[in-house]
Write a protein that binds this ligand. Structure first.
Ligand SMILES: Nc1ncnc2c1ncn2[C@@H]1O[C@H](COP(=O)(O)OP(=O)(O)OP(=O)(O)O)[C@@H](O)[C@H]1O
Ligand SMILES: [Mg+2]
Length: 370
């Protein structure tokens, strides 16, 4: 899939921007603080309904204005459509082909994107919450059943946590927990099963990519680390059984704490290179290579799930990667993935690349084609 056009109005430091986009490579060059990332943010917003760098909607509206507007024209295998977003201080509204969506998160699945920026190193180095967010978004973009289960699970989790607090404060009795336990187990097990399958698939793809980048000298393994101590290849009913036993064995602890301590909301993903935990012991370079392999695995994963490649947003990553990694990255995307690249200067590997591309220079929210 690809974007054929992008239109911005009063978005961040852009007044009005109208762009026809290249099907292959779009390159935005400019000094710091000129509006390069803002463009990628707008595309990400069309894809997920959220910004990748702020939860505060009003930050995206130009300082001198009341509202902002973003529109993208999307071309997919069997259909073309437009996505529109109206951004106001009180919230965002989305339309697909001029039809209003009830909720902003119904946008997920129309335009699939993968974003890669220097902060993605946090995926490997950072806290489990970041990895859960990653895996949730990855699956949610391609699977509406998962989206639904995850949403319901989070609702049940919230209610159950409230009840646990009430029991701790002696406002409620333990008998009430049974109903919530059952729902938590049913929904949570479905979430875990899908994550296990996905981490397995992503793991195979990431290992292949990683081997090529390291010339076969290192082996990357991805593992799903569950608070339920699960092994792979479990059926849904086996996961439910384990969940049930675990919840019962943690009964008193959960009441003492006043929140749920087992379930997919406490799970994590593990990266090992040559059997060593790369989060704890990896060098910067190894962590970077792992993050890159993971992003490239995402591309192939989405392709296998939805039958076409998503759009790739690369924010200033060439400054962080050495020549060999840049070269490999460009080889993978060449002529098959629509890619948006921002950079402060034209990278050597990029200028060598013989492919269809559009170059733009960005200065204070104004673009010129070069
Ligand atoms: N709501 C807003 N209204 C107007 N200008 C804004 C708004 N939000 C951010 N900006 C401006 O946008 C610019 C930053 O844009 P952006 O993050 O895209 O920069 P960049 O070109 O990616 O820079 P870098 O190379 O440092 O990453 C800054 O000048 C900032 O002041
Ligand atoms: Mg930037």
């Amino acid at each position: 899939m690809y974007l054929t056009g992008l239109f911005l109005n009063n978005f961040r430091n852009y007044n009005t921007l109208e762009l026809n986009l290249n099907k292959n490579l779009n390159l935005f060059i400019g000094n710091n603080a000129q509006g390069k990332t803002n463009i990628l943010e707008a595309i990400y917003l069309l894809s997920t309904g959220n910004s990748h760098r702020t939860n505060i909607t009003s930050e995206m509206i130009n300082w001198n204005q009341e509202k902002a507007y973003v529109k993208g024209e999307v071309s997919r295998k069997e259909r073309n459509f437009s996505i529109e977003l109206l951004i106001e201080n009180r919230g965002k509204k989305a339309k697909v082909n001029s039809n209003s969506l009830k909720k902003i998160n119904e946008l997920l699945g129309y335009l699939n994107t993968i974003i890669f920026s220097p902060e993605d190193l946090e995926l490997v180095k950072g806290s489990p919450a970041g990895r859960r967010k990653f895996i949730n978004l990855e699956i949610s973009q391609v699977n509406s059943y998962y989206r639904h289960n995850l949403k319901e699970y989070n609702k049940v989790l919230k209610q159950r946590n409230n009840l646990l607090k009430d029991i701790r404060e002696k406002h409620s009795s333990q008998e009430m927990l049974g109903v919530w336990d059952q729902q938590l187990i049913d929904l949570g097990s479905k979430v875990i099963l899908k994550r296990l399958e996905t981490v397995e698939k992503l793991g195979i793809l990431a290992r292949l990519m990683h081997r090529k980048i390291t010339d076969g000298s290192e082996t990357l393994k991805l593992k799903y680390k569950s608070s339920l101590d699960l092994s792979n290849d479990l059926s849904l009913s086996e996961i439910k059984d384990k969940f049930d036993k675990k919840i019962k064995s943690f009964r008193q602890q959960e009441i003492d704490k006043g929140y749920s301590i087992v379930g997919p909301h406490r799970d994590d993903m593990l990266f090992e290179v040559n059997d060593i935990n790369i989060r704890k012991y990896g060098s910067q370079g190894q962590q970077r290579t792992t993050a890159l392999a993971l992003k490239l695995a995402e591309l192939e994963f989405m392709k296998s799930e939805i039958g076409e490649y998503p759009i790739l947003l690369l924010d200033d990553v060439f400054s962080e990667l050495d020549g060999k990694r840049c070269h490999y990255l460009l080889k993978v995307i060449k002529n098959k993935v629509q890619t948006f690249i921002t950079s402060t200067k034209v990278n050597k590997e990029l200028s060598k690349l013989d492919l269809n591309k559009s170059f733009y220079r960005i200065k204070k929210g104004t673009l010129t084609s070069i």
